[in-house]
Design a protein around this ligand. Structure first.
Ligand code: 5GP
Length: 177
């Protein structure tokens, strides 16, 4: 294997934090009725599944998928493109966007703008991980799992070239020199 993995967040620590986040969300939505959880594919699939199973608040699950243009469009490196939209109208609904990781913030900021334009009753954001040192866009995060350093992480939904997504823990990946 050309890469080395170092555990950053253990399975136990993830489970503990996910339970705490679910309890916080339950408290905040206690009197609000049904919640729409929108998972951002593919990275959030494991986090969303664990979080949703911990929630007592009635909810439905939707998915959305975006891709970054990255460096290919040099005039606007933060540009984000919608690949797959949610299946149902979110107008008048309480919505929680569930992300795996906020890096520069461009993706979450794009999603918040896109979804707010559809006039939900409320829109909040939840991310398992955030890299504060990489932030370029100010975007509100209502529920945060962990702040992590500026390293490439894999596992618990996150990949490196589509590998390592199903590792149960979060690891820092170092490529061979
Ligand atoms: P943004 O820079 O827009 O906040 O994040 C863009 C996307 O880059 C994230 O949704 C995630 O898919 C990916 N990303 C950022 N940092 C990492 C990382 O450390 N590991 C993995 N697997 N993906 C990351």
């Amino acid at each position: 294997m050309p890469e080395t993995l170092t555990t950053l967040i253990s399975e136990e620590l993830i489970a503990e934090r996910v339970a705490e986040l679910a309890a916080e969300i339950d408290r905040d939505y206690a009197d609000k009725g049904e919640l729409v959880l929108i998972g951002v594919l593919k990275g959030s699939f494991m986090f969303l599944a664990d979080l949703a199973r911990r929630l007592h608040t009635p909810h439905r699950v939707e998915f959305i998928s975006v891709s970054s243009y990255g460096d290919r469009v040099s005039e606007d490196p933060g540009a984000v493109r919608l690949i797959l939209d949610v299946r149902h109208d979110i107008g008048g609904r309480h919505v929680l966007v569930v992300e795996d990781i906020v890096d520069t913030g461009h993706t979450l900021s794009y999603l918040v703008r896109l979804l707010n334009a559809r006039l939900p009753a409320s829109l909040k954001t939840c991310t398992l991980l955030r890299k504060p040192d990489r932030s370029q866009v100010d975007v509100a995060i209502d529920y945060l799992g962990f702040d992590i350093p500026d390293v490439w992480v894999v596992g618990y939904g996150l990949d490196f070239a589509e590998r390592y997504r199903t590792l149960p823990r979060i690891c820092a990946l170092k490529q061979a020199e």
